[in-house]
Write a protein of this length. Structure first.
Ligand code: SAH
Length: 479
């Protein structure tokens, strides 16, 4: 069985640095029941195709207490394991491409977070659930699929299709993400595993699925199949994933609005909640900039989109979020089902990640990221910066994030405690300003900062906003 990975993003041989395998050599690694060989079909500036070939020893499988069927005595010798992509392929990926899978690249560390236009071919992949299931697994992660089915036996077409597929996947994605998707999803397709699963597998699954599994619409099936339907282990994994996701959707109200709402009721009514202030501030920037086509990145449950759609000045409003669940809530909140066809042509919700280049968010004149950046691990911000400022490149970008200095004003303040458990960091005004200014100079934007919320003379406001304006060619020339 074969897995090929192709990069056509020049210089294409960047792929070989990431995979940490020399293009001119054949390299082999030992697996528990055979070997995996890595070599290149082509490796030049234009195209680089790495091949992972598995050579599984069927007799060794039996000796090492491999798959034992109950159906007939020969099953342990006559089975598809040596010829298909299964959990052996995941084991081979983990062993042969361990540095890439763990997001390391000694020689060119800047490549780790770079999305490439990658194409993967898997031949052959057994799939319980057919093409529909394959699409449900890969499409939410942004892949386009080309699926070829195979007859059970070409000599007897009446027997129908087999459960084996040749699959070609394409995506703009980092190599680490690609490998972690394959690592988890190949055995999920197959619905079998060559070893007994233990607690350790739960950790592996959560680790490999860190950035994507909690928001995947098929999360439950993935977890159950990956853990070989062992209910106690699956529940353990799902508990972690569900709680993570719930925090994501609750976070807005937990965002210490309470501090403002705490006054007497009539006074509180006069105060616009801090989160609404952020949304209104972002909308006003887009209006003043004369934006027509706007995209709300990390739109969450669609609060800002609702405000934007109420403004006729905006011709088209796109919302993107990584969380499927939030998008479903957004759909309800916006009451899209009541929209006429004409109204619907003005709005769209898409699932996607800000850490990958995405053509669907290109061609907009305004973009907002309201309380989003602090939800990404800091090393992933470089990928976000490129997605937004290098590729999508809207003329106006609004970013808001908490002002960490304000935290000492909270009654239950503790040093180092963040406002929400899903926040990966919270920045002081200085930290935010230096991050944003570096981006502005790197990608030819001007940037200005303003507080959001009532300003405390010592620590500033609750939230902070940066407004980026793409420089015109003339401005760039003069600067
Ligand atoms: N902007 C919204 C929601 C903010 S909460 C509002 O102000 O109302 C942060 C949102 O960022 C969550 O909905 C979360 O799912 C989303 N998010 C986190 N990481 C993301 C990523 N890598 N790509 C896209 N969205 C992401």
């Amino acid at each position: 069985m074969l897995l090929t990975i192709t990069n056509r993003h020049k210089p294409a041989t960047d792929l070989s640095f990431l995979l940490h395998k020399h293009p001119a050599k054949i390299q082999s690694v030992e697996l528990s029941n055979g070997k995996a060989h890595v070599f290149y079909e082509r490796a030049d500036d234009e195209e680089c195709t790495a091949v992972l070939l598995l050579d599984i020893d069927p007799v060794g499988l039996v000796r090492n207490d491999g798959p034992k069927g109950n159906d007939f005595a020969l099953e342990q010798y006559v089975n598809d394991r040596p010829y298909v992509a299964s959990s052996f392929m995941s084991a081979a990926i983990a062993k042969a491409f361990s540095t890439a899978l763990n997001g390391r690249c000694k020689d060119k560390p800047e490549l780790v977070d770079r999305p490439f236009s990658l194409e993967v071919k898997l031949a052959v992949l057994p799939v319980k659930g057919g093409e529909d299931f394959l699409r449900k697994l890969f499409e939410p992660l942004g892949y386009t699929l080309n699926v070829t089915t195979h007859l059970l036996d070409p000599a007897f077409p009446d027997w129908g299709q087999s459960r084996y597929y040749t699959l070609i996947l394409k995506n703009e994605i980092t190599v680490q993400q690609l490998l972690s998707h394959l690592y988890v999803l190949i055995p999920v397709c197959d619905n079998d595993k060559h070893y007994w699963v233990t607690e350790h597998e739960v950790e592996k699954l959560l680790e490999k699925g860190k950035d994507w599994l909690d928001t995947h619409p098929e999360k439950k099936t993935i977890v159950r199949r990956y853990l070989k339907h062992q209910r106690s282990l699956a529940n353990k994994a799902l508990e972690v994933l569900v709680s993570k996701n719930e925090e994501d959707t609750e976070l807005l109200d937990a965002d210490f609005d309470a501090g403002l709402d705490a006054g007497p009721a009539d006074e509180a009514e006069k105060v616009i909640r801090i989160h609404d202030q952020r949304l209104i501030a972002a909308k006003d920037v887009l209006l003043h900039a004369g934006c027509k086509r706007v995209v709300d990145l990390g739109c969450g449950e669609g609060r800002l989109m609702k405000l934007l759609l109420a403004e006729r000045a905006f011709d088209y409003v796109l919302g993107m979020d990584i969380s499927y669940r939030s998008l479903e809530i957004a759909k309800e909140r916006l009451k899209l089902e009541r929209f006429s066809e004409k109204q619907l042509s003005r709005v769209r919700l898409i699932q996607g990640s800000l850490t990958y280049r995405d053509k669907r968010i290109e061609g907009f004149d305004g973009a907002t990221l309201v309380e989003v950046i602090e939800h990404l691990d800091q090393p992933r911000l470089t990928a976000l910066e490129r997605t937004v400022f290098e590729f999508a490149k809207p003329a106006t970008v609004v970013i808001t994030t908490p002002n960490a200095e304000y935290n000492i004003r909270f009654p239950d303040y503790k040093e180092g405690k963040m406002r929400h458990s899903d926040h990966r960091f919270e920045w002081t005004r200085k930290e935010f300003e230096s991050w944003a200014s570096a981006i502005a100079s790197k990608y030819s934007y001007d940037v200005s900062f303003s507080p959001v919320g009532e300003v405390d003379v010592e620590v500033g406001a609750l939230s902070q906003m940066a407004v980026f304006k793409l420089k015109t060619e003339k401005e760039e020339f003069l600067s």
